[in-house]
Design a protein around this ligand. Structure first.
Ligand code: ADP
Length: 264
């Protein structure tokens, strides 16, 4: 622990005794370290695509612009890196808003099946390119609704399905399922991809944490998706957890408050 000790004599006091004030600095130090680490991460993450864009632009200036094949390649790289920068900035802004409690949510009754279907539909092409089957399954006969912000729940399930596709081998299956658990609904996204090593599981929801940085970047990842998922789930009074074995895939489960069941 970091203890700040001050020993004071009172003015005019011949100092017969000493007043000791002990401040426990551990939490302050931890927060300061987190802040420093975050700023360092942000600068690094922003500098990497910027440096690449600059290098490609300079190479074009220095003559590559006259060579049709090289020109196409460099311009393509500039577009990709700009997209990356855009995704990163959008994710950082969203995370900052959610963390600061500034995001305005419209909490309503959200139909889980609609969100699950939307998530897999929007990733169908990406999954098909990797020969991955996307399966949506409810364990309940009734329609299930949870209390959440609809856009926020799309972000949660969309991010989890996107990750499941990104980190799955070829071919693979991604299952989006849900069932009732007391007064909650457990929505899980399961894949049979590369999985997450045990030693990384405790840090997986931290900002910018990636098991394999190079692989995440190559897949277009920002390292912020799971932090956003965790904060959003928390904002709706829910939680998210992970079960995974290396090389056997991962299952992320989001638990949210069930609001009502409509019988058919
Ligand atoms: P990224 O944008 O890098 O995917 P995330 O915050 O979404 O960032 O995920 C953090 C890290 O967790 C990823 O870089 C990856 O190492 C790991 N990860 C997330 N989802 C999965 C998954 N379904 N299978 C294996 N690893 C995963």
């Amino acid at each position: 622990r970091f203890i700040n000790i001050q020993a004071n004599c009172l003015p005019g006091d011949p100092c017969p005794g000493v007043v000791l004030v002990l401040h426990d600095m551990t939490e302050l130090r931890r927060l300061e370290n987190l802040r420093r680490e975050f700023v360092a991460n942000v600068s690094h993450e922003l500098k990497t695509p910027l440096a690449a864009i600059r290098a490609y632009a300079e190479t074009l200036h220095m003559g590559a612009v006259d060579d049709a094949e090289n020109r196409g390649y460099f311009l393509g790289q500039i577009t990709d890196q700009s997209d990356r920068l855009h995704d990163l900035i959008m994710d950082m802004l969203q995370l900052a808003r959610v963390e600061a409690g500034q995001e305005v949510f419209d909490i309503t009754d959200v139909n889980v099946a609609d969100i699950a279907q939307w998530s897999v539909d929007s990733l169908r092409d990406k999954a098909a390119a990797k020969d991955i089957r996307l399966i949506v399954e409810s364990a309940e006969d009734d329609e299930i609704y949870v209390r959440a912000d609809e856009e926020g729940l799309r972000t949660i399930v969309g991010n989890l399905v996107d990750n499941a596709v990104k980190y799955s081998g070829k071919p693979g299956d991604v299952l989006v399922r849900w069932h009732n658990e007391g007064d909650q609904v457990a929505i899980s996204v399961q894949d049979n991809g590369i999985g997450i090593p045990l030693e990384a599981q405790g840090r997986i929801f931290e900002r910018f944490f990636r098991v394999d940085k190079a692989r995440s970047r190559e897949m277009g990842g920002t390292g912020l998706g799971l932090s956003i998922v965790k904060h959003l789930a928390g904002s709706f009074g829910g939680s998210v957890d992970l079960k995974s074995n290396l090389d056997e895939g991962a299952t992320f489960t989001v638990r949210l408050k069930r609001c009502r069941v409509l019988t058919n």
